[in-house]
Ligand binder design. Structure first.
Ligand SMILES: Nc1ncnc2c1ncn2[C@@H]1O[C@H](COP(=O)(O)OP(=O)(O)OP(=O)(O)O)[C@@H](O)[C@H]1O
Length: 256
């Protein structure tokens, strides 16, 4: 039976008199890998931040595992939701081990549990092949830092992980590798729900079991990639798909 883990019910969000999110309603089920795709400024990050309580809805209701993020305490929320951002957000003056331990410490785990979990986490993100735990973030490449960012979000094994443009700052090859690894990670974790924001159409369609296409604060289409390709719901979605077809045509013309 499918279980709803994230539910938006007629949610809107305004900053001053600028309404950024307009009457947004959707549900995400346990274990899904959802991508949110849209142009810059359409409200993707705002939507993600209303899931983990960093922003409050101006009207309507957000529910995460039946809880309202606004009225749930920080520790309970961190147990439910991991968060990975493009800027990685590792603390530069803390070792990788200490960065990974932040949430487990907050939850009162003992030293041995934390040590054990750190080793498991490095394995999960394919970084168990070197002595990374005692290094500082500046001693890792951008791709490795991003892997640690993912590991840190998974530290307390939250059932939901939110990713905000996690691969945006990486070169194309590293990005492709990490896309593959994120997909594998989701399969390996099995019942975890991933929600990933991107403006890269290929990334959205490769990773998302369902893709939420947004424009100007509302959903244009929310469906699996094949349905979107076969039956684009709106002129905006058609135009978005066309940009990708145009890119590929230009690429072929240049290289034939
Ligand atoms: N704290 C804030 N105060 C005022 N306006 C904000 C705030 N946060 C976001 N906005 C505005 O809300 C709109 C949506 O922003 P949001 O960051 O959600 O877009 P996005 O789709 O994630 O864009 P991008 O892909 O560029 O990150 C933008 O016009 C932005 O300027």
């Amino acid at each position: 039976m499918t279980k709803e883990v994230i539910k938006f019910d007629h949610v809107s969000k305004s900053f001053g008199d600028h309404q950024v999110i307009k009457d947004l309603s959707f549900t995400i089920n346990a274990g899904e890998f959802i991508t949110i795709l849209g142009t810059s400024g359409c409200g993707k990050t705002t939507t993600l931040k209303m899931i983990n309580g960093l922003l409050t809805a101006s009207s309507g209701q957000v529910l995460v595992n039946g809880l309202d993020p606004q009225t749930t305490d920080l520790v309970a929320l961190r147990r439910q939701i991991g968060y990975v951002v493009q800027q990685v957000g590792l603390f530069p003056h803390m070792t990788i081990a200490d960065n990974l331990s932040i949430t487990p410490k907050l939850m009162g785990w003992n030293q041995e549990q934390i040590k054990q979990r750190n080793l498991e986490l490095l394995k999960l993100v394919d970084m168990d092949n070197g002595d990374y735990l005692n290094r500082y973030p500046r001693e890792l490449s951008g791709g490795q830092q991003q892997r640690i960012g993912v590991a840190r979000a998974l530290a307390a094994n939250p059932p939901i992980v939110l990713f905000d443009e996690p691969l945006g700052a990486l070169d194309a090859l590293t990005r492709l590798n990490l896309q593959e690894d994120l997909k594998k990670l989701h399969q390996q974790l099995n019942d975890h729900t991933f929600v990933l924001v991107t403006h890269d159409i290929n990334e959205a369609f490769f990773l998302g079991q369902r893709v939420m296409i947004m424009d100007q604060g509302h959903i244009e289409q929310f469906a699996d990639p094949q349905t979107i390709i076969d039956q684009p719901a709106t002129p905006f979605v058609k135009a978005l798909l066309q940009t990708e077809i145009d890119h590929q045509r230009i690429w072929r013309e240049r290289h034939d």
